[in-house]
Write a protein that binds this ligand. Sequence first.
Ligand code: PGA
Length: 237
Amino acid sequence: MSNPAPVVVANIKSNQTWEESQDWINTVGNRAKDFKGTIIYCPSYPFLSGAKQLIDAKAFSIKLGAQDISKFNGGAYTGAVAASQIKDLVEYAIIGHSERRKHFGETNENVFKKVELALENNITPILCISDISQLGEYLKKGELLKENWDKIIFVFEPPSAISGGGEFKPDDPEDANKNAGEITSKIGKNVTTIYGGSINDSNVKSFFSQNNIHGGLVGQASVKPDSFLKLIENATI
Ligand code: PGA
């Protein structure tokens, strides 16, 4: 049986214009009114403010997230967007995505700092974990994850399964479930664990019906509103 209230994160990456972003919010907001789960829309930074105004004005039940935050909490850091600057716009921030590691030199050290800053600014980290050894590295740094386990969404997302940017191979849902379960057992609490990598409307059910997978981080299939709507419709059937 599917989880009746999955957390579904739309990671739009560097896609959508502002027109497309407004169309996404209006289309999904109007047509997903009966969805029992949580939709977290993560557009590019420049659209966050307008997106929040639109969502609030229409009273849509879409939550907003950033795709990253700075490892600094404000100051002289050209080009960086601090958690303290967007804390009134977003409830969530994706942290430690493997594309940030691959293309922007993100390190475990940075990721850990960003989790701290997100929590300090009342932003829920959507913390990406590429493999279980990475979680082990974070846990060595201290009790932060264990102490804040209920304020963090953990994502198991193997880079090899992420679509776009070269070769990829969708994961086996049972393997994904085993890895998501490892996160729970390493943290030692009943954490929210979602899965990411090539989720689409055809395979969503096979992932979301696993007992340790409480939702998904969706890239490619979330960019067009119709494709995202089909995905969430199939997620709970
Ligand atoms: P994908 O991306 O769904 O296109 O594989 C997921 C992600 O990178 O968050």
